[in-house]
Design a protein around this ligand. Structure first.
Ligand code: EPU
Length: 434
């Protein structure tokens, strides 16, 4: 297993380019299941979760072609010969987003067998809302041997009110409703840009979807969908992670190829922390030349402050003057990074759903353990300002969602390198958290 070795102290200076959004590419790849024709996706990030989804689709009989050379971020998926509508435990346990195939498989094949994801490093994360919604559209769902068996004669449009806001639940239902008979009205939907991006792709494929990006989405079902070409939106969480890295290290960093409109809550919070933020049409420049000030954060659904940026903000708060209270509202167990940051010298107390961070404390390099994707990112950020060397173990978590993060960081002045494990040893199976 790889590790990162980071030597802290260098401000990040220069330009870093952002990749396509993992959380938009994953549902877009699942959407290819809805048609016999090829779906061509551009700007797909080269991260581990995309490789997992490729394996998932290939096991069902899909032809998935990954581009190379200049086209290395293009993925072409053709689901002409789907023969095996099964998402196996082996893959689902490593990536929860695998459950995104449920809606499209039901709509196209009238049958899906998808493993229940099981435990997760950041919270219970049930998928009951996906299942209830699909039942409203006419699916018969049962559970046996750890798998969900879903069947239908034909999905029919219906009104579905989500009991709470769910991102992949909204995406799953939108894909199922696209091929259902009649109109569906989905209410209390997630408004994340990734949901709107999926709707844009589906509409290019011939779907009739209105309102994606708002709380109410109307889907008029069509008999069939066709192929399309689509460019995935930039990854707002990767962008946010680099933006916080620039601020934290007191650097001058241009984060290019991102969409500042998707970063509103984060950028506003950083300004409150005393960071200079300049936005361009597709870039954000961060100038961290003054002291960082403490600020409270509450994670919320989009357009609120994203839970996927909470861990990185906690790392920043350790270097801010004063006390920051960070409240996690979306997941119940998403403070695994706190204890590792404390081992580096941070003063963080967890009180239920709140992390109380008292700053500014000097951080010193230590051996730390990454527990999930965003927690790993926060450890990398802390290591960039720690005194001496930090060794971050289990970086496979970070490889799930960040493309070549160490190369991108090195390009703007960080001292970070990847080393392989010298001695093989037994490790627990990574829990799915994407
Ligand atoms: N929930 C339920 N029942 C459901 C679905 C969700 O109770 O059927 C609960 C969850 O347990 C959670 C809350 O609702 O407490 C919101 O979960 P949501 O369904 O919105 O999360 P998700 O769709 O599984 C996506 C992202 C996550 C991101 C969350 C929240 C993808 C592939 N994953 O997960 O991304 O944290 O939305 O914004 O889009 C990451 O990239 O690191 C990551 C974890």
């Amino acid at each position: 297993m790889d590790k990162f070795v980071v030597r802290g102290g260098n401000p990040l200076v220069g330009t870093v380019r952002i990749s396509g959004a993992k959380n938009a590419a994953l549902p877009a790849m699942a959407a290819a299941l809805l048609t016999e024709e090829p779906v061509i996706l551009e700007n797909v990030p080269q991260v581990r979760d995309i490789e997992t989804e490729r394996k998932l689709l290939a096991a069902m009989g899909a032809e998935v072609e990954l581009g190379y050379g200049r086209a290395q971020h293009r993925t072409t998926i053709c689901c002409r010969n789907l023969e095996n509508p099964v998402a196996s435990y082996d893959l689902v346990k490593t990536m929860r987003a695998s459950t995104l195939v449920l809606g499209p498989l039901l709509a196209r094949m009238k049958h899906a067998r998808v493993s229940l994801p099981g435990g997760c490093a950041i919270g219970a994360r049930p998928i009951d809302l996906h299942l209830k919604g699909l039942e409203r559209l006419g699916a018969h769902i049962s559970q046996e041997h750890g798998y969900i068996e879903a069947r239908t004669e034909r999905l029919r449009g219906a009104r579905v009110v989500f009991e709470r806001i769910t991102v992949t639940g909204t995406e799953d239902l939108m894909m199922a409703a696209a091929l259902a008979e009649g109109e569906s009205v989905l209410e209390n939907c997630a408004r994340e840009p990734e949901v709107a991006d999926l709707a844009a792709l589906l509409n290019k494929m011939g779907a009739r979807i209105e309102g994606a990006g708002t709380h109410t989405i109307r889907v008029r079902g069509v008999d069939q969908l066709h192929g399309a070409r689509h460019r995935i939106i930039p990854d707002r969480i990767e962008a946010g992670t680099f933006i916080v890295a620039g601020a934290l290290t007191g650097g001058d960093l241009l984060v290019s190829g991102c969409d500042p409109h998707h970063l509103g809550a984060l950028l506003q919070k950083l300004e409150e922390c005393g960071v200079q933020v300049q936005t361009g049409p597709e870039s954000v420049r961060i100038i961290g030349d003054g002291p960082l000030l403490a600020a409270d954060v509450l994670t919320e659904e989009y357009p609120g402050f994203p839970t996927d940026m909470q861990a990185q903000f906690v790392a920043l708060a350790t270097q801010a003057e004063g006390t920051s209270v960070v409240t996690e509202n979306i997941f119940e167990n998403r403070f695994m990074h706190a204890q590792e940051l404390v081992r580096m010298g941070a003063n963080i107390k967890i009180e239920g759903t709140r992390a109380v961070v008292r700053g500014k404390t000097a951080l010193s390099g230590a051996a730390v353990l990454a527990s999930d994707l965003r927690a790993s990112a926060s450890l990398v950020l802390a290591a960039l300002v720690a005194d001496g060397e930090t060794i971050i173990d289990r970086v496979y978590h970070i490889d799930r969602g960040y493309e070549r993060i160490e190369e991108k960081l090195r390009g703007v002045g960080a001292q970070i390198r990847r080393i392989g494990e010298l001695l093989p040893r037994r490790v627990a199976t990574p829990l799915a958290a994407g």
